[in-house]
Design a protein around this ligand. Structure first.
Ligand SMILES: Cc1cc2nc3c(=O)[nH]c(=O)nc-3n(C[C@H](O)[C@H](O)[C@H](O)COP(=O)(O)O)c2cc1C
Length: 174
């Protein structure tokens, strides 16, 4: 079985998981932005990973654009977010991203990192604004992502990268 791992990672979490999957499977990994559709159609298994940004999975547009040419392939998606895994919220992320022709593609969660200091100015500003807005809400009404955002203080950092998250992905490859 020939496989390839495509990843889009801004702060390195998705890349780390892509590297671990590559190590276990022997598949090579490339950035989704550098992926050539013609070349990708030569593989049997396509694993696509991306960070979650405002509920969207980075790099998923590659699949949306090319799904017609990848119909007979085994496709697996994984995504990295800062939120702790919570089934209902995760299901909402999956429904939001894997719809239409992408519906039914297996999607796995790998928890990533969150570090306000390491972020780009734009992301930091966005997160600060979000924190300000969220802080006005009743904590009981927080969305799971808002909870995670508020739990990690502005000057703290969270790193929840854990190799065991790749196990269900390896299993799904078969
Ligand atoms: C602007 C911004 C928006 C984010 N939105 C979400 C989100 O909606 N859900 C979530 O779980 N994590 C969210 N995160 C956290 C990232 O998904 C997390 O840092 C992840 O590890 C990023 O993966 P990457 O480093 O591979 O890009 C957000 C981070 C930033 C900077």
């Amino acid at each position: 079985m020939k496989g390839i791992i495509l990843y889009k990672s801004k702060y390195g979490a998705t890349k780390q998981y892509a590297d671990w999957i590559a190590e276990r499977t022997g598949f090579s990994c490339i950035k989704t932005d550098d992926a050539d559709t013609k070349e990708i159609t030569g593989y049997d298994v396509i694993i696509l990973g991306g960070g979650i940004y405002a509920s969207g999975i980075a790099g998923l547009s590659f699949l949306k654009k090319n799904i017609g040419k990848l119909k007979d392939k085994k496709i697996i998606v994984f995504c990295c977010g800062a939120s702790p895994y919570e089934p209902n919220s995760y299901e909402a992320v999956v429904q939001h991203n894997l719809k239409g022709e992408l519906a039914g593609i297996p999607c796995f969660y790998c928890r990533g990192t969150f570090d306000m200091k390491e972020m780009t100015f734009k992301d930091r500003t966005l997160c600060k604004m979000l924190r300000k807005a969220v802080s006005k809400k009743n904590p009981e009404d927080y969305e799971i992502w808002e909870k995670a955002l508020m739990a990690v203080g502005e000057n703290e950092k969270g790193n929840w990268i854990d190799r065991s998250y790749i196990e269900p992905i390896i299993e799904a490859i078969g």
